[in-house]
Design a protein around this ligand. Structure first.
Ligand SMILES: Nc1ncnc2c1ncn2[C@@H]1O[C@H](COP(=O)(O)OP(=O)(O)OP(=O)(O)O)[C@@H](O)[C@H]1O
Ligand SMILES: [Mg+2]
Length: 608
């Protein structure tokens, strides 16, 4: 039957790999509700066909034969059928709603958990935009496709079968003629489906770019305003929006071809049928009831046919979304536990870098054949120019990235052979900017250790010199801070970061510019707090202000991924190398200009 040809593209795409996986992972478990929903839709279609069939007795018995029993019986039947139709439609909607929303929720949970296991590099490469749209937009697209694929197919397919049966029952020649148009239409429909899939993919990618840009702009709005870049940002966003518009418009245009083309084919078919059928009735070969029942069925069959045309494109869009979702789900994290990974056994947290080579891009090493010993309980400071690779060292200790050559060991255990969770449990990080979450101060301080009690939190805050400002907040430790809460100053954020590290109470401490956002008064307090924090822990500290690290047990001076000098503050000063020059320059910067020295304004005036 030609109807079958119409459905073939849909069925083909459903046997497609992604659809198959989707069925096993997320749809199969909802089989019961799905079958019920499909049954509801079959009932719905059967009644639609029945209603078309009823036109014949209504016309022939009531209007032509003037049968009084039929006069009340047929209207009553029509009403009863409408009620059943309503109930089945309601049942279907509720059941599919449940199935569809369940699929969204399950997928979102699965994607989110998977993303949480992904390596840091994955997030940094992509930015949050595409990841967020994958969780929201793609899952939504998929839900639409799934619900259409099941109940849409059930309703439309069975309506078509039922209604064409009515047509064939009345006059098979006429029916054959009426459905000749269908294969013609299906060619158009398959073509449109393919185009839609392509355009949908492009518009999704564009949407992700826009989301990412919006996020960046809104997050960096301070910089935007300070630099008068509002117009520039607007122009940039306009460009992205305009491209999105063009892609969406293209999608609409493609979609818009589908309906009118089936419409024209339908119109021609109807015109021909009226001429032929009218002739049959006039000649007495057919009753008017039969003819009008036929016409009713035929008019009714075009709607599900058109829906089926749209159905294909919607399923294609859903499959494109499923493809993107599975691309995310199939990506194995680059950094993960080895199969026989054991928990880290800490004995003070000595760290050793042995001829470590690492590059964010394989071609260009950021760290080159670096060897560094950080004995347990000691403090090692990393200094050096910006971009020298200091923060990268911390990334490697935390195993945010896997190294290319050599080994990183903690207490003699290669960090690739221990579990990630035990590794990170043993390390507290205070980074260049402290990430605060949309939660209470208390929860933010206890972030690294969920079992910390109130006393531990307050003690940590006190030794981080944060207790005073926290109690001055509107709701003290209950004040919600972070993105949509109370906004803290840079120094306050850092003190929370330090308190967070205190609470975690890990044997290894990594400090990246921990005191950079503080004035010297606060810095002194913080330095004391840090000294308390560092006591008895293995500490790697990065500081641009060398005054903060003069007491370190070892200072390693880095340049372009290598350690070029190492020693204590005194040793390095005596050597008179890179460190000594760095220190002298900073020392000189901090000295006030002496009156009478060459560069004073008064000298300039005298000279003039
Ligand atoms: N996630 C990343 N992906 C790719 N390249 C990176 C990444 N992070 C840092 N880099 C590059 O690696 C090099 C070392 O960066 P790193 O952050 O370690 O420098 P740094 O010594 O901490 O500098 P600063 O003192 O400015 O913080 C730089 O050239 C930087 O551009
Ligand atoms: Mg850095």
């Amino acid at each position: 039957m030609s109807v079958a040809r119409h459905v073939v593209p849909v069925l083909q795409t459903l046997s497609d790999g992604v659809a198959h996986r989707l069925w096993h992972d997320h749809i199969k478990s909802q089989k019961g509700a799905l079958i019920l929903a499909v049954l509801c839709m079959i009932l719905f279609s059967a009644i639609t066909s029945g209603q078309a069939f009823l036109v014949k007795p209504a016309l022939d018995e009531v209007f032509i034969n003037r049968d009084r029993t039929m006069l009340w019986f047929i209207p009553l039947l029509v009403v009863v059928l409408s009620f059943i139709k309503m109930a089945s439609s309601y049942g279907q909607a509720v059941l599919m709603g449940q199935v569809g929303q369940r699929i969204i929720a399950d997928l979102q949970k699965r994607i989110f958990s998977h993303l949480m296991r992904a390596d840091l590099g994955y997030f940094l490469e992509r930015g949050p935009g595409p990841l967020i749209s994958g969780l929201t937009y793609d899952t939504q697209q998929l839900r639409v496709a799934v619900s259409i694929a099941f109940t849409g197919v059930a309703r439309d397919l069975f309506s078509i079968i039922g209604l064409t049966s009515v047509m064939f029952y009345h006059d098979w020649r006429l029916a054959c003629f009426a459905i000749v148009g269908i294969p013609l239409a299906s060619v158009v429909i398959v073509w449109i489906g393919q185009r839609m899939r392509k355009v949908a993919g492009q518009s999704q990618a564009q949407m992700a770019r826009l989301t990412a840009r919006l996020e960046q702009t809104f997050q960096g709005v301070r910089q935007v305003k300070a630099d008068n870049r509002e117009d520039h940002e607007a122009a940039f966003a306009h460009g992205l929006i305009e491209r999105l518009y063009r892609l969406n418009y293209k999608a609409v245009r493609t979609q818009a071809v589908a309906s009118p083309s089936t419409e024209v084919i339908g119109g021609i078919a109807i015109a021909t049928i009226i001429s032929y059928g009218g002739f049959q009735v006039i000649e007495g070969h057919m009753t008017p009831g039969t003819f009008f029942s036929f016409i009713t069925a035929m008019l009714l069959v075009y709607r599900p046919l058109k829906a089926l045309a749209k159905l294909n494109t919607q399923i294609q869009e859903g499959l494109a979304a499923a493809d993107r979702i599975y691309t995310v789900l199939d990506r194995e994290p680059l950094v993960k536990d080895a199969t026989d990974a054991k928990p880290l056994q800490t004995q003070g947290g000595a760290i050793r870098f042995e001829r470590v080579t690492f590059g964010y891009q394989p071609s260009r090493p950021t760290i080159e054949s670096l060897t560094l010993d950080i004995p347990a309980g000691k403090t090692v400071a990393l200094v050096g120019a910006s971009g020298a690779g200091k923060s990268t060292i911390l990334n490697l200790i935390l195993r945010f990235y896997d190294i290319d050559e050599g080994a990183v060991q903690i207490d003699g255990q290669d960090i690739r052979e221990i579990t990630l969770s035990s590794l990170r449990q043993a390390i507290a990080l205070v980074s260049q900017d402290i990430d605060l979450f949309d939660d209470s101060v208390r929860a933010n301080i206890g972030y690294g250790r969920t079992d910390a009690d109130e006393e531990a939190i307050i003690q940590a805050a006190t030794s981080a010199a944060a207790h005073d400002f926290i109690t001055a907040l509107p709701e003290g430790y209950d004040t919600v801070i972070g993105p949509s809460g109370y906004t803290l100053s840079g120094g306050q954020r850092q003190r929370l970061g330090i308190a967070r590290a205190m609470v975690k109470n890990a044997p290894i401490l990594l400090l990246d510019e921990a005191t950079s956002a503080l004035d010297s008064e606060a810095e002194k307090k913080i330095q004391e707090a840090l000294n308390r924090l560092m006591r008895g822990r293995t500490t790697v500290v990065i500081a641009h202000r060398l005054s903060t690290i003069v007491d370190a047990d070892l200072i390693a001076v880095m340049d372009q991924g290598r350690i070029v000098e190492r020693g204590t503050h005194q040793e390095l000063l005596q050597r008179g190398g890179v460190y000594a020059r760095l220190y002298e320059r900073q020392f000189a910067d901090q000295q006030p200009v002496e009156p009478g020295s060459e560069a004073t304004p008064s000298d300039v005036r005298h000279g003039a």
